[in-house]
Design a protein around this ligand. Structure first.
Ligand code: DP6
Length: 360
């Protein structure tokens, strides 16, 4: 079994004075949700997600060797401009991964990052952002240690991304990714995401995700606080067990193509996530009235038209509308006719399953 020790950098490495890399990493949308964690970013239950394609972060890392090695030194830019308010998060991330990447203190880093989706759209950029940064760090590590295998490269990238933001470990590689130990998924681990390697039924290849931007405001509660509230939560143990069962169920659904069961699991997971928020102490509601309007419209459309469209939610008010590619035209027409009115400024983003991070 792979353990944390396997990701500690071997000091016997080459020297590299300066350089630069650029990686893109996508966002992802969980089907079975991660909500609740233990020490060191270990998930309380396993989760599975579709990797997205269009919603991405693109990060360029420049590095140059420096004299003193006693602290991290970095500049952080967002769309080319210094962004001081992102720095504490990155500082914390570097501290968390220091043990595994001690070479980072030998360099001054310049991290320049941008997203393909609108800033503060309510789409979390922490998953794609942390994944893109982790990929760049692994490119540096590979230059210092060229013998590493490709498998190790991606596994450690996901391991590092997880330490930045849990869901980020699912944005590294693969179109469907499992994170968290699950007895029926071979190779699954709490430490990093693994690509779902079972045969996937054709109905799920190229699955579509249209993200309806219902509320672009700042979240009232951060994911980190939300996760913590699962520690004292009265329903936590049952919820974690349910996630294991739902992952078993969705595994066969993805192999066999039972779309009705898929819809049932995915919508139930979305509502359970929000039910956990509503029943924690303190309790909170992240859905907006328009979120509920959209959900009801989707149910009505699905019943009347017999088109297998469903929704999922992340920790916010936006709605992800999921459908197979062969009903995309009808689904987009439905969105334009009936749902855009519930979106802030009529905004939505058309996305679909993608394959993970890319070196540019
Ligand atoms: C609701 O990965 O953002 O999107 O590990 O604290 O950074 P941290 O949390 P984060 O939580 C994501 C929660 C979720 C569900 C999911 O993506 O599985």
């Amino acid at each position: 079994m792979i353990s944390e020790k396997d990701f500690i950098f071997s000091p016997n490495a080459l020297d590299k004075k300066e350089g630069s890399y650029t990686w893109s990493a996508p966002s992802n949308i969980a089907l079975v949700k991660y909500w609740g964690k233990k020490e060191n970013q270990i998930p309380a239950n396993p989760s599975i997600s579709f990797t997205l394609n269009t919603c991405k972060t693109i990060t360029k890392l420049d590095f140059i060797r420096k004299e003193s090695q006693d602290s991290f030194s970095f500049d952080l830019l967002f769309e080319g401009q210094p962004k001081e308010d992102f720095k504490p998060k990155i500082q914390k991330f570097l501290e968390r991964i220091e043990n595994y990447c001690p070479y980072l203190k030998n360099y001054h880093l310049k991290i320049d990052t941008k997203n393909t989706f609108p800033h503060s759209s309510g789409i979390a950029s922490s998953a794609s952002g942390m994944a893109a940064l982790a990929m760049n760090i692994m490119s540096l590590e590979k230059d210092l240690n060229p013998h590493m295998t490709e498998n190790y490269f991606y596994q450690k990238a996901s391991f590092l991304a997880r330490l930045g933001s849990g869901s980020a470990c699912r944005s590294v590689k693969g179109n469907i990714v499992v994170w968290g130990k699950h007895e029926e998924i071979v190779g699954s681990s709490d430490l990093f995401g693994v690509a779902f390697s079972n045969d996937i039924h054709p109905i799920f290849t190229n699955y579509q995700d249209t993200i309806l931007l219902v509320d672009k405001g700042e979240k009232q509660v951060s994911s980190t606080v939300g996760h913590d509230l699962m520690n004292q939560h009265p329903f936590a143990e049952r919820r974690f067990l349910q996630a294991h069962h739902n992952l078993s169920a969705i595994k066969s659904v993805l192999e066999q193509g039972d779309i009705n069961r898929f819809i049932e699991i995915v919508e139930s997971e979305a509502l359970t996530l929000h039910a956990m928020m509503m029943t924690s102490l303190p309790y909170f509601i992240l859905m907006k009235p328009n979120t509920l309007e959209i959900i009801n419209k989707i149910w009505k459309f699905r019943n009347e038209m017999k088109i297998p469209v469903c929704f999922t939610l992340d920790a916010g008010a936006n709605v992800h509308v999921l459908c197979p590619e062969n009903v995309l035209v009808e689904t987009l027409q439905f969105i334009k006719n009936e749902l855009v009115g519930y979106c802030q400024n009529g905004q939505y983003i058309c996305d679909q399953i993608g394959f993970g991070s890319q070196k540019l």
